[in-house]
Design a binder for this molecule. Structure first.
Ligand SMILES: C[S@@+](CC[C@H](N)C(=O)[O-])C[C@H]1O[C@@H](n2cnc3c(N)ncnc32)[C@H](O)[C@@H]1O
Length: 389
């Protein structure tokens, strides 16, 4: 049987080969056994049941395999109260992030010896341990909103020999008591970047965070903090993280937000939007639309008769929804919408903005954050992303 040390060394080799594990991080990575941060029970997708998670114990080979594969490991579902039938989970609410993504973020944070770091989203404590191994525990503060998750992280960190400050609280407020920081590193995505993160970072410091919306997977944003209390920076690459609790999509089945009863009147039309551009969380159109259309969620329902037909259900969880039906080979598609917002009309307008702008990818987007709010832009702060004008 392969030992955890050998598995860790194999994973390190793979990351090194991809140029992701380098320099001072080599030693830190080798010194932090990832399996020591996994709970006795992790969660895995249920075979043949998309969207359902089942618990997997330490005695199952999947448990140790997950610890040393380059994958995220789900460690909590539904805020610790599995909401599916027979103890199944629906939504992952805490995880140990994917090693290659963890290293990409640590590289983006450009940490010098002795840097003071605030991590948002302690989760398992694995990343806090890596930071402690690299910078010393006294330079690391980490904040976790879920008291049980924070408690487990504290215990596992101590057992593994590190003692960073782990605070239980809402990371959107930062941790002012230990500020200022050279870096704020969020391992949870934000839609609206909390100004506290900028305020608690020294001028010349960095805020590194996944920035996205519930409508698409997030991009990795690197904000440079200026002397004037503002911060700006661009997205580079994908960073698929869950959103901050207060900014995430509503939990539970989407059907409860979409009223298709006979009394729900709809406005029906057709669209020539290429619906294929809206399938899957990773698409460039979805990143742009998510920025332009607030409070937007989507579920895809594919026909299981081999016809290739599917319906996109879009909703805002406040009574508005739209359904767009895709038929392979067709050039226009039927759309229905219902509720106070004309959700499809908003999406179509954002989609036209995206095509007119040359179908930009997520790496062309950036953000400026000030005490008053945030402004998304394309390529430079001089070209704000907006549907007005
Ligand atoms: C992807 S996990 C973090 C992974 C972690 N850094 C690790 O090494 O295991 C995201 C964590 O952020 C936490 N979280 C969500 N919203 C938060 C908030 N507002 N403040 C602090 N933590 C939050 C979640 O409970 C979850 O544990």
């Amino acid at each position: 049987m392969t030992s955890p040390e050998e598995r860790s060394a194999t994973l390190a080799r793979r990351l090194r080969k991809r140029g992701i594990l380098t320099g001072a991080w080599e030693q830190a990575f080798a010194g932090v056994p990832r399996h020591a941060f996994l709970p006795d029970e992790i969660w895995a997708p249920e075979a043949g049941a998309p969207g359902r998670m089942v618990p997997v114990g330490r005695d199952d080979p999947y448990w140790m395999d997950s610890a040393y594969d380059d994958v995220a490991v789900a460690t909590q579902v539904d805020d610790g109260r599995p909401s599916g039938r027979h103890g199944r989970g629906r939504t992952v609410t805490s995880s140990v992030s994917q090693p290659s993504l963890v290293m990409a973020m640590l590289n983006a944070a450009d940490l010098a010896d002795g840097a003071r770091v605030l991590e948002i989203g302690t989760g398992s404590g694995y990343n806090a341990a890596l930071l402690s191994a690299r910078l010393g525990s006294h330079n690391v503060t980490s904040v976790e909103i879920d008291p049980q998750v924070a408690g487990h992280a504290r215990a596992r960190l101590l057992a593994a020999g590190w003692a960073p400050r782990v605070v239980t609280g809402d990371g959107a407020r930062g941790v002012p008591a230990n500020a200022p920081y050279d870096r704020v590193l969020a391992t949870v995505a934000a839609n609206t970047i909390p100004y506290a993160w900028v305020e608690q970072t020294v001028p010349g410091g960095l805020v590194v965070t996944p920035w996205g919306t519930p409508y698409s997977s997030a991009g990795l944003l690197r904000l440079s903090v200026g002397d004037d209390g503002t911060a700006a920076g661009q997205v580079s690459g994908r960073a698929g993280f869950m959103l901050l609790r207060c900014q995430r999509a509503p939990l539970g089945g989407w059907r409860r937000y979409v009223d298709t009863s006979a009394s729900a009147e709809t406005e029906d039309s057709t669209t020539t939007v290429d619906l294929g551009d809206l399938v899957g969380l990773d698409g460039n159109a979805r990143y742009a639309i998510g920025i332009l259309v607030p409070e937007l969620y989507q579920v895809e329902q594919h026909a299981d008769d081999g016809s290739g037909e599917y319906t996109l259900w879009l909703f805002d969880a406040n009574g508005s929804w739209a359904a767009a039906d895709h038929t392979p080979g067709a050039r226009s598609f039927r759309v229905s919408q219902h509720g106070p917002r004309a959700l499809w009309t908003e999406v179509e307008e954002a989609y036209r903005w995206w095509t007119t702008a040359g179908r930009p990818g997520r790496d062309r987007f950036g953000l400026t954050v000030t005490p008053e709010g945030q402004t998304p832009w394309l390529d430079t702060p001089a070209t704000p992303v907006t549907l007005d004008g």
